[in-house]
Design a binder for this molecule. Structure first.
Ligand code: CMP
Length: 139
């Protein structure tokens, strides 16, 4: 994946609460192009591997339970400066600290159930995108 791409997931809380459409509008409105997208469901093993970097954290078990409790929307997004600009669009990990107008401020309820994921580096964007999509699924 090139460096102007990032990876996102609309998390189970946002899907359950009917926010897929509003979140996609925010993403498109901010100038991101969707180059891959799927409505899917993480298995326990998927979530454990995807969040493997957090394995030793006290919230790991709860995070895996949360991320597997319902469907998600996974997508690869394209824009200049995609990783940084997308993290600005979604806001701080803890929605209580997220700036006004950000996706987490608008839709998220807690630091764990924070509605949306955004890759934190170009390297992780490539790894996370490849975790969810084969090359031929990315336009
Ligand atoms: P995200 O940054 O997308 O990926 C790691 C996730 O772990 C994060 O979103 C939250 O959903 C969750 N997380 C991070 N920190 C905490 C925390 N202190 N307590 C509970 N969950 C957390």
């Amino acid at each position: 994946m090139s460096t102007n791409r990032t990876f996102t997931m609309i998390k189970p809380d946002a899907v359950e609460n009917g926010h897929i459409g509003a979140i996609l509008e925010k993403i498109n409105g901010a100038g991101f192009k969707i180059v891959a997208m799927k409505y899917t469901h993480l298995s326990k093993r998927d979530a454990e591997v995807f969040y493997g970097v957090h394995r030793e954290r006290p919230f790991f078990g709860d995070l895996v339970s949360f991320m597997t409790r319902g469907p998600i929307v996974a997508a690869v997004l394209e824009k200049d400066n995609a990783v940084e600009d997308f993290r600005a669009l979604i806001g701080a990990t803890n929605p209580a600290e997220a700036a006004e107008g950000t996706i987490r401020k608008l839709f998220a309820k807690s630091i764990e159930e924070n509605s949306i994921h955004g890759s934190d580096s170009d390297e992780n964007a490539a790894i996370e995108g490849a975790f969810h999509f084969s090359g031929r699924e990315i336009y």
